[in-house]
Structures are given as C-alpha cells and as structure tokens.
Design a protein. Structure first.
Ligand SMILES: *[C@@H]1O[C@H](CO)[C@@H](O)[C@H](O)[C@H]1NC(C)=O
Ligand SMILES: *[C@@H]1O[C@H](CO)[C@@H](O)[C@H](O)[C@H]1NC(C)=O
Ligand SMILES: *[C@@H]1O[C@H](CO)[C@@H](O)[C@H](O)[C@H]1NC(C)=O
Length: 241
C-alpha cells in the first residue's frame, strides 16, 4: 500500500535522470538527502502517524538543472480543504508541520553526512491544489516559516474566482522573496524546519460557492483525496572542512 508514497530515493533517481543542460553549470548539492515529518498539529492534518495511503506525507522533489539551483520538496495534506456555499461565507483550516532534514551519504541512506548546509526559501512557496470558485469567492493561502534565529517569514498566495481547475491540480507560486528572507539551518547536514499552512476561502456574497481541495483518487480500493501539496523551496551552501 505504501508503495504509492514516493520515497526520496525514487524521486531523486528520476530527477538526476533529467537530460543534461547544454552548458555545464556548477551544481551545489549533497549526494542524497531526505525530509521526514516529525510532528503535525491542527485541523488540516489530524493524521500524524497513520498508515493510510493518503496520509499527510512527503511526496516528491523537483529541481532546476540550469545553474539556478532552485529545489522544491512537496508535502501532501489530504485533510487540507475548505468550502463556502449556502451555509458559510468563510471557512478556514490550518496545519503546523515540523520536518526533520537529513543529509545522507548515498542513496542507501544508512549513513548520515554533513558536507552541506541547507538554506530555505530559495524561491518562495508553491502549492498544488484543485479550485472550483465562483465569481466573488477568494482562496487565500498563508505560509508562515519559523527560522530558528530570525523573524517569521510569510508567503501568501491569493486565487480569485471565477476559477475552475482540472482534476489534476494547478500549481501556483508565491512571488519570489528577497534574498534577505532566506535562512540557513544552524548546522551542516541536519536540522528541523517548522512552518504553518493556512487556507481561507471567503465569499463576498452570501451563497456564492467555492471549494479548494485536491484530486480524488483510488488506490487498491481505498478512496481518498491525494492531498493539496505545498512545495518548500531551498538550496545549499558547501560547509568548510
Ligand atoms: C508512530 O509513532 C511511534 C512513536 O513515535 C513510532 O514508534 C511508530 O513507529 C510510528 N508508527 C508509524 C506507522 O509511523
Ligand atoms: C467547475 O467545473 C465543474 C466540472 O466541470 C462543474 O461542475 C462546476 O460547476 C464548475 N464550477 C464553476 C464555478 O464554473
Ligand atoms: C520561482 O518562482 C516564480 C514565481 O515567483 C516562478 O515564476 C518560477 O517558475 C519559480 N521557479 C521554479 C523553478 O519553480
């Protein structure tokens, strides 16, 4: 059942199989790495530590190969959804996630290493979701990151109705933030990352309908929502030996 949940290994294998760019840009990245969810809190993620296929979970990584070194890792939240309609003209939900980041010596993942320092917020935040919003309905995403030794960093994404996506979900990205809003983990090779995800759907007119959710899926007879996916962006710097 769990095979549906892409592992870091599977995803990175696929990423490194991408065609090489024309020139030879300098890449700065460890041999391998992973993110584990170590804590969840809030109505948008009531399922920490379940064995359900469509649980709150890490999904996949993506990256540029042209030297811009923009990396994302995505985290799926099947319980993160909100609707307005006849009964409510505002609905919201949220989840607070704590991730553990680990640099690995190789694909096997048995040994840790610490040659690189992870830097967060390279390119803001992206979110993949499905939207069915009538005129006058607005969906607002707010992503608050809590660096260890810096003020909170907030990204916001607003989607205005009328807006109706395909079943596969739409990727929207927050505006790119200034470099000063990036931060590095205190230590090379490992650390924790904490952020809060908030979704609010509001209708200007009572009765206008709107839903933000994710793709409906079925795997081995189990039906569920795939999960809205948050893409957390990052890159690395080499640590002094
Ligand atoms: C659930 O959490 C406990 C305690 O942290 C851990 O020992 C166990 O392996 C976890 N189970 C799953 C399915 O992650
Ligand atoms: C969006 O598309 C779905 C499926 O085609 C349809 O049922 C729904 O009414 C549409 N919503 C809007 C706001 O147009
Ligand atoms: C970086 O973010 C901007 C939006 O702010 C977006 O247009 C661009 O596609 C993003 N880059 C990548 C590689 O996702």
């Amino acid at each position: 059942m769990k095979s549906l949940v892409l592992s870091a290994a599977a995803v990175l294998g696929a990423a490194s199989a991408l065609p090489a760019p024309q020139s030879d840009p300098i890449r700065i990245l460890p041999s391998w790495w992973k993110f584990d969810i170590i804590a969840l809190r809030g109505p948008g993620c009531p399922d920490f530590n379940t064995t359900a296929v469509y649980s709150t979970r890490p999904t996949y990584g993506s990256n540029t190969v042209d030297g811009s070194e923009i990396y994302y890792w995505h985290f799926a939240y099947p319980h993160m959804k909100a609707s307005v309609g006849r009964d409510a003209s505002e609905t919201s939900t949220w989840c607070e996630t704590t991730l553990k980041y680990s640099e690995l010596k190789d694909r096997e993942g048995k040994e840790l290493s610490g040659d690189y320092r992870l830097k967060l917020h390279k390119n803001g935040t992206e979110v993949l979701a499905t939207y069915d919003l009538e005129e006058g309905v607005t969906a607002k995403w707010k992503f608050t990151y809590y660096p260890e030794d810096m003020d909170e960093v907030v990204d916001e994404i607003t989607v205005n109705g009328p807006y109706n996506t395909s079943a596969y979900g739409e990727i929207v990205q927050s505006p790119v933030r200034k470099n000063s809003e990036r931060w590095a983990l205190p230590k090379c090779g490992a650390g924790t990352i904490k952020y809060k995800t908030q979704l609010k759907v509001t209708a200007k007119k009572q009765g206008a309908k709107g839903t933000v959710s994710s793709e409906a899926v079925e795997y081995k007879g189990e039906k569920g929502l795939y999960g809205v996916q948050q893409g957390v962006s990052y890159d690395w710097e080499k640590c002094a030996k």
